[in-house]
Design a protein around this ligand. Structure first.
Ligand code: T1G
Length: 694
């Protein structure tokens, strides 16, 4: 914003002062907004011809919170809590006119006001925990005085949105408005002229059961799985029961100051801004997305069924084709099974289930794809199978219909050249389960047109997926890095570590599941087939550990066969004696030396492996930015947002230590472990290797 253009303007409408915040794009409570709003309220509150005040926002939304870009820098007064205090202390009634999403500091401005009106399609929320914070301008103190402790704890620890009907029923707003909320607020303010403002801070927290609240907070900590901010926010809410609003706000400030500099706070802000940066894909300035309404899915296996459900959930008409009637029936059963599970868990009611299923038709002939605007193939990951399919599809669908491949490892350019009009071919790499996992790698191929890329990104948005644009290479972004991560995991076994050592290390770091548990869950046979496929071209100098191959050769594919890296007996996981035996043999074959790894050694070595490959991926232009790589692991591989992702974590460890780890890999593990210049230079300059998206 231009410094000398006011971001808050006031005008008199009769006896009512209308104060409008105008700070695009979301009216974030920047220093200018906080300052000008406080000044306006204090001036108008003492102006004799002003009977009441309305606070409204221009543009698409009421204030969506403090300005996140100011976090981590010295906060300059007035801090938002001071502006809110000035609103609440105003001697004239102040009415908030809410539209759009009044979030965080925006909701807090409304809570400090003496009355609140909101548009029916507007929403309120305190999502601070999602960026590693707790509300810092009175939200944890004023809201419980309106809706009580338990409901406030739910709102602040989940960061969920509150719709208008709930806000009205909870007494958060005085009116829900279908028409112009500013006009309605002006009219409401007129009725308050001459009355004493009703201040939220004067209300008492409704009675509560201490034991119930203590249990609620225990559950919050458990659900947070290592993230600090939800528990911090919950405890601030509880404090509201024993102190005044000013005292509680002072406590909020202490928590804010601590969390804003915490690694989790920085990581979560990094992820928030990274998601917005990822949407900015180069070369699409003039692209025009094609309107997609009818989508075909070739293959109704696990992936195809999941993709079909994701498409139906998003409102697309879906045609699923399998090779014969039996496969069609099996595919139908899979799709219905996915919906049945949603219904059983109460996440979908019968009517919605029927409606979504009605969008999906299955057929046993490729001709059924003729009317489709887009066809996504999710057939067996074999090049000839996919090439044959794309060749056949080219003769069936419209010449401008988009063909997308879901391949994980094959070169999509080889698939594309079997089709006509290669510019309409693209990669859409879903992650299993495709109707749940948010990540979608959108693979821009050599001849993919900008319109087709823009269309795939638009479809991803409609699927509520996080699309990360990727170039073409084996494994694209995620699987390519994950393969190097897996190799270092297996190298450490050969040096004496046990699967449980590595899993425990990565789970205490914050991952929900360690790598060997993940391998057992997804099945060892998939990577085994990939290794066998690559064996003829593998560099003989590459260090290769065959423990996983031996497990597979004995039929141990993981959970599905009752044993893999671990044994699984009636759902109970235990160490697999065969694995210890194979490790002992591998260690002996390698000379018998055993290393005792600390959890930190394991964590740093694995993050170094990921940073090493990530730097190459950036150098090759496969990923546009390091934060895209972080988003891939947060949204496709279970990394918690509050870790920020592997590239972010590599910079927390520091380039010097990362480079030292990579140099050891280079000496010990053969080709493929060269440190990219960006890491070497950062180690010398002590700067970041991968600037965060902050
Ligand atoms: N600060 C700064 N910039 C913000 C912002 C914010 N709070 N929210 C959004 N933006 C930018 C965003 O980076 C993007 O910029 C553009 O606005 C459009 O956003 C004291 C401490 C409001 C639901 O956590 O949830 O208040 O990429 O692409 O999809 O207690 O933005 O165009 O340059 O997301 O329509 C609490 C975060 C802050 C809300 C709109 N508030 N924002 O979604 O657009 S902490 C939040 C959102 C706080 C107080 C505490 C969403 C949105 P660019 P967008 P959208």
């Amino acid at each position: 914003m231009n410094a000398d253009v006011p971001v808050v303007r006031s005008e008199l409408r009769g006896a009512i002062a209308l104060v409008t915040i105008d700070n695009p794009p979301v009216n974030a409570a920047s220093l200018a907004v906080r300052t000008e709003l406080k000044t306006a309220i204090e001036r108008l509150g003492n102006q004799p011809d002003v009977g009441a005040i309305v606070i409204a926002c221009a543009g698409r939304t009421f204030t969506a919170g403090a300005d996140i870009r100011e976090f981590g820098k010295p906060l300059v007064p007035p801090i938002l809590f001071e502006t809110c205090a000035a609103i609440e202390a105003c001697p004239k009634p102040v009415v908030a006119a809410v539209h759009g999403t009044a979030l965080g500091g925006g909701f807090e401005i409304a809570l400090a006001s003496h009355a609140r009106l909101m548009k029916r399609d507007a929403r309120l929320g305190l999502p601070e925990v999602k960026i590693g914070q707790a509300p810092g301008a009175g939200g944890t103190q004023r809201l419980p005085r309106i809706i009580g402790l338990a409901k406030t704890i739910d709102v602040v620890t989940t960061g969920r949105m509150i719709a208008a009907d709930e806000a009205l029923s909870l007494g958060i707003v005085d009116q829900v408005v279908d028409n112009d909320v500013v006009d309605a607020a002006l009219a409401h303010a007129q009725t308050l002229v001459g009355t004493r403002p009703t201040r939220t801070c004067d209300r008492q927290v409704p009675p509560f059961d201490q034991a119930e609240i203590d249990q609620v907070i225990k559950d919050v900590d458990k659900r947070a799985r290592g993230q600090q901010s939800p528990g911090e926010a919950a405890r601030l809410v509880l404090a509201a029961a024993r102190m005044s609003v000013p005292e509680g706000v002072a406590l909020e400030r202490e928590v804010f100051a601590r969390l804003v500099v915490s690694q989790q706070g920085q990581a979560l802000r990094h992820i928030f801004l990274a998601e917005r940066a990822a949407a900015k894909v180069d070369g699409l300035e003039n692209a025009k997305p094609i309107d997609i309404r009818h989508v075909g899915v070739a293959g109704a296996g696990t992936m195809g069924a999941g993709i079909a459900v994701a498409l139906a959930d998003a409102g697309y008409k879906v045609t699923v084709v399998e090779r014969d009637e039996a496969a069609v029936a099996a595919g139908r059963a899979r799709i219905e099974g996915l919906y049945a599970r949603l219904q059983k868990s109460g996440r979908l009611d019968e009517a919605s289930l029927r409606e979504r299923l009605s969008r999906v038709e299955l057929a046993g002939t490729l001709q059924a794809f003729a009317p489709c605007d887009l066809v996504i193939e999710a057939v067996f990951d074999d090049l000839e199978v996919k090439r044959t399919l794309f060749g056949a599809l080219s003769k069936i669908v419209r010449p401008d219909a988009i063909l997308a491949t879901n391949t994980s490892y094959l070169n999509p350019d080889f698939i594309a050249d079997a089709a006509t009009n290669p510019q309409r071919i693209i990669g859409m790499h879903f992650f299993a389960p495709a109707n749940v996992m948010r990540l979608l790698e959108v693979v821009r191929m050599a001849q993919t047109s900008p319109d087709v890329l823009a269309t795939a990104l638009a479809v991803a948005r409609k699927l509520r997926k996080l699309a990360i644009a990727s170039g073409v290479c084996p494994g694209f972004i995620g699987n390519r890095i994950y393969a190097m991560y897996r190799r270092q995991c297996e190298y450490m076994l050969e040096e004496g570590a046990q699967p449980r050592d590595i899993d425990d290390a990565m789970e205490s770091f914050g991952l929900p599941m360690g790598p060997f548990r993940v391998f057992d869950m997804s099945g060892l046979e998939i990577a085994w087939a990939q290794r066998k496929r690559l064996a003829p071209t593998r560099d003989p100098r590459e260090r290769y550990v065959d423990i996983a191959d031996q497990l597979c050769e004995q039929g141990h594919f993981g959970q599905k066969t009752g044993a893999g890296w671990y044994r699984y007996d009636n759902g109970v996981r235990s160490d697999h004696p065969l694995v210890r035996e194979l490790i002992d043999k591998a260690v002996t074959r390698r000379g018998g030396e055993r290393t005792t790894f600390t959890a930190e050694d394991i964590r740093i070595r694995l993050i170094a492996a990921m940073a090493c490959e990530g730097a190459k991926i950036l150098r090759e232009g496969i990923a546009a930015r390091a934060s895209d790589i972080d988003l891939v692991f947060v949204n496709g591989y279970g990394w918690p947002s509050w870790l920020g992702g592997p590239m972010f974590q590599a910079d927390q460890i520091g380039a010097k230590r990362i480079l030292a780890e990579i140099e050891q890999m280079q000496t010990r593990d053969g080709p493929g472990w060269e440190a990219d210049a960006v890491i070497v230079e950062a180690a010398q300059s002590r700067g970041p290797m991968f600037p965060a998206a902050l």
